[in-house]
Design a protein around this ligand. Structure first.
Ligand code: 5GP
Ligand code: MN
Length: 336
């Protein structure tokens, strides 16, 4: 962020601040939003985190998560707070369509200045202040780096540490995927000095689940996974009936897309989630194969090289056919 001095000056007096993040927020979206909230609120600003949609209940341990507005539940209050905002932080997304329907109200408030903090490819948001780095493992890494330059003597509190660590942990797939970098480990080491308890977070995220979610996982892998080793593709389908059958809750499909990649010759994995009007797609890939390009060119989406998303307006079968025909042409076995 080049012009940080002007942001420091702007925030020298109390402001109305909105922090927003992408639909169906993940650990990085929730972690970065609440890290910033837990930093700014005690400074005397009037801060509100607004999610465009519901968010997984298992992030309830993040400090002040119960202060977050879900726009679907609180549209009127959200609109009022957005209209009164002096400053709006856009975290962990690269395109205003990712926060529909909030984008409309943000664009209406022409007095508010925007700050973009993000690590996705191809950012399309025109903001006054921008901290964008596709090499960052997560937006939480960028929030940590933002605090380092914005407030040089600041030492993260335990609360801020828990939020930042959550985003780093989830976006790096527990320090295992291609997003994992040296800074992720350095920040984590420092956060341990700031009171972070890794075991507590592990208990909250991975040891507090429901039996139904585990049965859903078993069923999805046993009955709804298509493996095409010949072209290096694995596809998992989540039909809408599963939502009732397994009492699915927001976030229950998180991580499911990764399973086909555990098979040696599978290089691209896709999750198709049937939603009321569209099919939501999640893509993951190994090595240099860019699913970002595939999502951007074919499914109105994008993201990162190895982890991207998009949507389809076709039926489940037609969507599977479309994905297979795109990936057949990609010759994945020739790519590393
Ligand atoms: P996931 O598959 O976990 O939902 O998302 C993987 C990555 O792709 C995330 O970084 C997410 O922000 C991005 N992503 C997911 N869906 C979309 C989409 O519809 N459009 C864009 N531009 N990015 C997406
Ligand atoms: Mn992220």
């Amino acid at each position: 962020m080049e012009n940080i001095a002007s942001l420091q000056e702007f925030l020298a007096s109390p402001k109305n601040i909105i922090i927003t993040t992408h639909q169906k927020p993940d650990g990085d979206a929730m972690g970065s939003s609440l890290a910033l909230y837990n930093y700014l609120q005690p400074l005397g600003h009037n801060v509100r985190v607004i999610s465009p949609t519901e968010f997984p209940h298992y992030f309830g341990y993040l400090p002040n998560c119960d202060e977050v507005y879900n726009y679907i539940e609180k549209p009127v209050l959200s609109q009022i707070e957005i209209a009164e905002a002096d400053l709006i932080f856009c975290l962990d997304f690269n395109d205003l369509s990712r926060i529909e329907p909030l984008n409309e109200f943000i664009q209406k408030n022409t007095n508010a200045k925007l700050v973009l903090v993000d690590h996705h490819l191809n950012p399309k948001i025109d903001a006054e202040w921008i901290l964008h780095d596709i090499k960052a493992c997560s937006t939480c890494e960028l929030i940590y780096r933002f605090l380092e330059i914005f407030d040089k003597n600041y030492v993260p509190t335990k609360e801020v540490a828990e939020c930042i660590y959550t985003g780093i942990l989830t976006d790096t797939g527990s320090f295992s995927n291609g997003a994992t970098n040296k800074k992720a480990l350095e920040i984590t080491a420092h956060l341990l000095d700031c009171g972070l308890n890794i075991i507590n977070i592990q208990e909250q995220l991975n040891q507090s689940g429901r039996e139904e979610k585990l049965r859903f996982l078993g069923n999805a892998l046993f009955r709804n996974m298509i493996i095409r080793e010949d072209i290096g593709v694995g596809i998992i389908v989540v039909p809408k009936q599963d939502a009732y059958r397994f009492n699915l809750q927001t976030g229950d499909t998180e991580g499911l897309v990764n399973y086909p990649l555990s098979i040696k010759d599978i290089k691209v994995a896709v999750l198709l989630k049937q939603e009321p009007k569209i099919i939501k797609l999640s893509f993951r890939s190994k090595g240099t194969i860019s699913v970002e390009k595939i999502c951007r060119e074919n499914f109105e989406g994008g993201g990162h090289r190895n982890a991207s998303g998009g949507k389809s307006f076709l039926t489940i079968d037609e969507t599977i056919e479309k994905i297979l025909s795109i990936l057949e042409k990609e010759n994945l076995h020739q790519q590393v």
